[in-house]
Ligand binder design. Structure first.
Ligand code: IPE
Ligand code: IPE
Ligand code: MG
Length: 231
C-alpha cells in the first residue's frame, strides 16, 4: 500500500461496478421490478462483450449482496432465476470469447443447483484470459472477516496476509469503482480493495448503462492523477 509513486493513470486493468437502479428503471416505465432486473442482465451481457475492446483484464460486477436477502421473497426468487438463466445461456459465449469466470462472496451459500452450475462454469472457463468476476451473496465486511480469520489461523495478521486471503486475491488491483443510479455509497462492496481505487458515481440507471458509458468512464479515469498518499 505504501511507497507507490504518484503517477498519471495508466490504462485501467480492473473496473468494478455496483449495478444499481433496476427497480427505479422499471418503476419509471410502469413495469414490474423483474423487468428492470431482466434489462439489467442485458446490460451485463453487452458490457461483458465489450471488455476485450476496452482492454480490461478484469471486470467485477456486484450482482447480489449479502444484504439483498432482506428483499421480498418473490424478488429474491426472480433474481436467482435470472442468475440460473444467465449462466445457462451465456456460458458457451464465455468459453468462446476466452472469458474466465470468477466468483466473489459466499456463493457456496446459494441454492445447491446454482452452486453446481457455478462450479461447472468456473471449471469450463478456467483457461480464459479476461476475467469476469461476479459478486454473489457478497459482503465486503464478511469477506474481510473471513480473510483475517484465515490469515490468523496460518500465522501473522498483516495487510499482505489478509489481502492474500480475500476473494479477490488472484485479481489485479482495483483501479476504478463505478456506481450507477445516482446513489453515492458503497453498500458493503470491495471495502478493502477500494482503499486507493478511483470512484465514479453516475446517474444512469443500470439497465441504461452501455459499453459507451464504460468507455466514457475509462476516459475520465485516464485523466485522473493517483497519488497513493504521496505527492
Ligand atoms: C440493482 O437494482 C440490482 C440488485 C441490487 C440486485 P435495484 O433492484 O437495487 O434497483 P433500485 O435501487 O431499487 O432502483
Ligand atoms: C447494492 O445495491 C447491491 C447490488 C448492486 C447488487 P442495493 O440497491 O442493494 O444497495 P442499497 O440498499 O441501496 O444500499
Ligand atoms: Mg438499489
Amino acid at each position: 500500500m505504501s511507497g507507490d509513486q504518484p503517477q498519471d493513470c495508466a490504462a485501467a486493468r480492473h473496473v468494478a461496478i455496483i449495478m444499481d437502479g433496476n427497480g427505479r428503471w422499471a418503476k419509471a416505465k410502469g413495469l414490474p421490478r423483474v423487468m428492470g432486473h431482466r434489462r439489467g442482465v442485458e446490460a451485463v451481457r453487452a458490457l461483458v462483450r465489450s471488455v476485450e475492446d476496452m482492454g480490461l483484464e478484469c471486470l467485477t460486477l456486484y450482482a447480489f449482496s449479502s444484504e439483498n436477502w432482506k428483499r421480498p421473497e418473490g424478488e429474491v426468487d426472480d433474481l436467482m432465476n435470472l442468475m440460473r438463466k444467465f449462466i445457462k445461456s451465456d456460458l458457451p459465449e464465455f468459453i468462446a470469447n476466452d472469458v474466465r469466470l470468477h466468483i466473489i462472496g459466499d456463493w457456496q451459500g446459494l441454492a445447491p443447483d446454482i452452486v453446481a452450475m457455478l462450479e461447472n462454469a468456473l471449471e469450463k472457463t478456467s483457461g480464459g484470459s479476461r476475467t469476469l468476476a461476479v459478486a454473489l451473496n457478497y459482503g465486503a465486511q464478511q469477506e474481510i472477516v473471513r480473510a483475517a480469520a484465515k490469515a490468523a489461523a496460518q500465522g501473522e495478521v498483516t495487510e499482505e496476509s489478509i489481502a492474500a486471503h480475500l476473494d479477490t486475491a488472484q485479481l489485479p488491483p482495483l483501479d476504478l469503482l463505478i456506481r450507477t443510479s445516482g446513489e453515492v455509497r458503497l453498500s458493503n462492496f470491495l471495502l478493502w480493495q477500494s482503499a486507493y481505487a478511483e470512484m465514479l458515481f453516475v446517474d444512469t440507471l443500470w439497465p441504461d448503462f452501455t459499453p459507451e458509458h464504460l468507455r466514457q468512464a475509462l476516459e475520465d479515469f485516464g485523466g485522473r492523477e493517483r497519488r497513493y498518499g504521496g505527492r
